[in-house]
Design a protein around this ligand. Structure first.
Ligand code: PEP
Ligand code: MG
Length: 889
């Protein structure tokens, strides 16, 4: 196996092997763009290292061969005393993990070569500054020395010199600092800073490998659902310097605005700076457009390169570049992160430009982004006090109490408070707090600062670089223009779409995208219209492409009508138990507790017209579309009084010697029906079989409602669904009774109702005997909530709050199986049952109505296994439509 690739050997499609950065450096190299030469060590090498603790045997020689070639090309050797080749060693995983892993710059500098660099560059200060940066970065990331010790020493040097910024330190000061830094390394790491450049390089490579498994990298991967076993590649790249004076600099740029998608010049530039200074948001940058004044030649070249990249990748790219004494170098490019709104706009813009087609456009957006666009926004008309404006870094409307450190953010959010994390700037150590917060506000840094990049990735509201806000994290307060002080705990609101910061709580209004789906979108803000237009077009692409139909889980006409507006093609699950709550609960209670047939019939007679009316409304709202009505499912105790409360009532009545026969009778019945495991007890079809008349009453209500709708010239398409079936015999008994009732109603009304009867597949036994069950079922609907519960043996009501966090932390699964279908376990039962069912009955209709029906990843799975439809809650319908379209690309 080959472990090292020269930049000239790779290409953008080798991200698995070379990581995103390495693959794209190779792609740019092959496009003839100015990339400093270098090579990439593969993720395979990293995996071997992480598994065995040692690098693969062949790696050393391969690295030597590539280093030789690089040295020949550059005409100098790594760390060569009189003219050193210096390299950067950078991590680069398949998926971008901004700031999560390690990078070491300036490798190759030593006590000797620093002199050579000074001579070659004609700049002592630069050489010593580069050397102190190397020791600092190397000490911290490779040797594990506490970074603050270096920071403190740097501060002390500035204080001694009575200057405030490090650029004011001179060569002699930096030289002294190097001595100090080396001492720190010796004391803290118990070894000298290595003078051998190859040793520096090898140790840095190992450190990058190791950084794959730091806590913060693991946390980030879990958040972003990036698999833990991918490993990182390592890029060894010859150094170019942006800190060689005012004709040098470094910057980041986007080929389009990542917030709006508009074309133009977007980016930040920092003169006389090196590497990470821009991303880290350490010094304030200037807008990229100003580079035109600073260095027109490089600016023009950069614009041209950006155009080349966009046309080549056919997408928004972000880039990092450095200018070394007027010569432009490309250090990185990738298809750039963008806001959800921009993703939709860019996809349609690229279609209009003829760069991509409709199918490709669908791959450029996703359901999570659409869901984000459906979040509410601030009410612009509300009387509010704007106290600052920063950069709109990640959209959304966030309201919460101001906190100034991650620890408090986590602590307060755990106790149920909504918080806004306010920092001068964030760094990877703030990740926990950023996750806990509703939104993030910083006073420094641009669109590419750590806060902005990470928040966008998490879909979290972020305003950054709000410079007029004075953030004092030590005193936990922020001073706004005019002198008002926001203390920890004061409520603030931030708008990640406009960058505005408000004092107090700003009311929120629905998103224009929801208004559009609801059919209420008026010509509003220009910005909103453009977005709605893009969403509208992408939804049309998806609807044209998808094979899966999308239905709604809805139990009343209001939800059904909304679902229809959102594009539902029927109801996949009407949970009839929801119709028995409130006033009707007592009727059901009486039915359950009835001792005699007469009592039972009395309750059923009262329930029948109520149920029928429910269905009439539902069929009317979904006229012409299928409506799957599920007969009563939940455990009985949900309809009975709470056992403890009732016991107390009885005991009290007893002690007061008050009459309490009824209560006592009720209590005895509740005791009789009490179950240890109600979820596995008397529910679903079992209820229908042991409570005579219950299911037939429901079937009659459905049939009569359908007949009434027909008489009113409607087009009812009811499907009757039996829950929790484990064996075909259960279904056969219920069917026989149901068929009889339907025949009676048909005879009485003189109409053919064409009702179909099917079942849920939500028990492993049902899935395993699906071939038999299909004999008695015209359709299957997979109840993946219960199926997940019973396949895993996880109580669906308990586990997520109890041990799932630990499971997620331990990486047992990356996401709860109740959220995204467990393809290997639950999913294989779905696959098996679908196949067996269709073998028995080729026209068997197949759907899913568990929560997974609206989950993007699961929708793709259901498409693949050949289901006919997914059913989900009304608000998730647009997401399901989009993902069903994406699945079919
Ligand atoms: C299911 O189990 O997936 C289902 C849809 O039914 P319920 O959630 O009502 O049990
Ligand atoms: Mg169920």
């Amino acid at each position: 196996m080959k472990f090292v690739y020269d930049f000239t050997e790779g290409n953008k499609d080798l991200k698995d092997l070379l990581g995103g950065k390495g693959a794209n450096l190779a792609e740019m190299t092959n496009l003839g763009l100015p990339v400093p030469p270098g090579f990439t060590i593969t993720t395979e090498a990293c995996k071997v290292y992480l598994e065995s603790g040692e690098e693969p045997a062949a790696l050393r020689d391969e690295v030597s061969a590539h280093l030789d070639a690089l040295e020949q090309r550059m005409g100098k050797k790594l760390g060569q005393a009189d003219d050193p080749l210096l390299v950067s060693v950078r991590s680069g995983a398949k998926f971008s993990m901004p700031g999560m892993m390690d990078t070491v710059l300036n490798i190759g500098l030593s006590d000797k070569s620093v002199q050579g660099l000074a001579k070659q560059a004609g700049d002592d200060r630069f050489a010593w500054d580069s050397y102190r940066r190397l020791i600092q970065m190397f000490g911290k990331t490779v040797l594990g020395v506490d970074g603050e010790l270096f920071e403190d020493a740097l501060e002390a040097a500035k204080a001694a010199k009575k200057v405030t910024v490090d650029t004011e330190l001179e060569a002699a000061d930096l030289k002294k600092l190097v001595t100090k830094f080396k001492k720190i390394v010796k004391t803290e790491a118990g070894r000298d800073f290595p003078q051998d450049p190859r040793e520096q390089m090898d140790l840095a490579i190992h450190a990058v490998f190791d950084s794959w498994n730091t806590d913060r990298a693991k946390l980030y991967r879990r958040q972003e659902r990036i698999p833990h076993d991918l490993g990182t590649a390592v890029n060894v790249c010859s150094m170019v310097f942006g800190n060689l004076g005012p004709d040098s600099g470094t910057g980041v740029a986007f080929t389009r605005d990542p917030a709006s998608g508009h074309q133009g010049v977007y980016g930040d530039y920092l003169q006389n700076a090196q590497g990470e200074d821009v991303v880290a948001g350490i010094r304030n940058t200037v807008p990229l457009a100003e580079l035109e004044q600073i260095d027109k030649k490089s600016y023009d070249q950069l614009m041209q390169i950006m155009e080349t990249l966009e046309n080549h990748y056919k997408d928004l790219c972000d880039i990092e570049f450095t200018i070394e004494r007027g010569v432009l170098w490309m250090l990185q490019t990738r298809v750039g992160k963008r806001t959800a709104g921009a993703a939709f706009r860019i996809a349609t813009q690229l279609v209009d430009q003829g760069l991509i087609d409709e199918a490709e456009a669908l791959t450029r957006v996703n359901g999570a982004q659409l869901a984000q666009l459906m979040f509410p926004r601030f009410d612009e008309s509300a009387k509010v006090e704007t106290v600052g404006r920063g950069i709109a870094a990640s959209p959304g409307a966030a309201v919460g109490k101001a906190v100034f450190d991650s620890y408090t953010a986590v602590k307060w959010s755990r106790s149920g408070e909504k918080v806004i994390l306010i920092r001068r700037e964030t760094n990877p150590d703030d990740l926990d707090g950023m996750i806990a917060a509703e939104g993030i506000l910083t006073s420094r840094g641009g669109k590419t600062s750590h806060a902005a990049v990470v928040a966008r990735g998490m879909g979290k509201t972020c305003v950054c670089g709000a410079e007029e806000l004075e953030v004092d994290t030590k005193r936990r307060r922020m001073t706004v223009p005019g002198g008002h002080v926001v203390e920890e705990g004061d409520v603030v609101s931030i708008d990640g779409s406009t960058g505005k910061v408000y004092l107090g709580e700003v009311p929120v209004v629905p998103s224009p995208v929801v208004e559009y789906f609801e059919g209420r979108m008026h010509a509003g803000a220009e910005d909103a219209d453009e977005l709605v237009e893009a969403v509208h077009r992408i939804m049309a692409f998806a609807d044209r492409k998808r094979r899966l139909r999308v239905r709604a889980n809805a139990d009343n006409a209001e939800d059904a009508l909304r679902a229809r507006r959102f594009g539902a093609q029927g109801i996949g699950l009407c949970r009839t138990e929801h119709m028995f709550l409130g006033d009707r609960r007592e009727l059901v209670e009486r039915l359950i507790l009835a001792d005699t047939q007469a009592e039972r019939e009395e309750s059923l007679k009262e329930l029948l017209p109520l149920q029928k009316q429910d269905f009439v409304q539902l069929f009317e709202s979904m006229d012409g579309l299928p409506v799957t009505v599920r007969l009563l499912d939940p455990p009985l105790h949900e309809f009975l009084p709470d056992i403890t409360e009732l016991s107390v009532r009885v005991a009290l009545a007893e002690s007061r010697q008050e009459p309490h026969e009824n209560e006592l009778r009720l209590l005895q019945a509740v005791h009789r029906l009490h179950e240890q495991n109600p979820m596995l007890g008397l529910r679903g079809v079992r209820l229908g079989l042991v409570i005579p008349g219950l299911f037939t009453m429901q079937v009659r209500a459905i049939a009569e409602a359908a007949a009434e709708r027909k008489a009113a010239k409607g087009d009812p398409r009811a499907e009757i669904m039996i829950p929790l079936v484990g064996t075909v015999q259960e279904l056969e008994i219920v069917r026989e009774e149901a068929d009889q009732v339907i025949a009676e109603v048909e005879a009485a009304s003189g109409t053919q109702l064409k009702l179909s009867i099917g079942t849920m597949i939500e028990l492993p036994r049902a899935a395993l005997t699906a071939g038999q069950i299909a004999e008695a079922a015209q359709f299957f609907s997979f109840g993946t909530n219960d199926l997940t519960q019973t396949v895993w043996g996880f109580s669906r009501d308990d586990v997520e709050a109890s041990f799932f966090t630990a499971y997620l932390e331990k990486g047992i699964f990356g996401v709860s199986p109740f959220e995204t279908i467990d393809k290997d376990g639950v999913g294989s039962l779905v696959k098996l049952a679908a196949k067996a069912g269709r073998e028995t009955r080729p026209d068997l209709k197949l759907g899913v109505c568990g929560e997974h029906g609206g989950d993007p990843e699961s929708v793709h799975f259901f498409h693949e296994v050949g289901l006919d439809y997914v059913s989900c809650s009304p608000f998730r319908i647009p997401v399901a439509r989009l993902e069903a379209g994406r699945a079919a690309v």
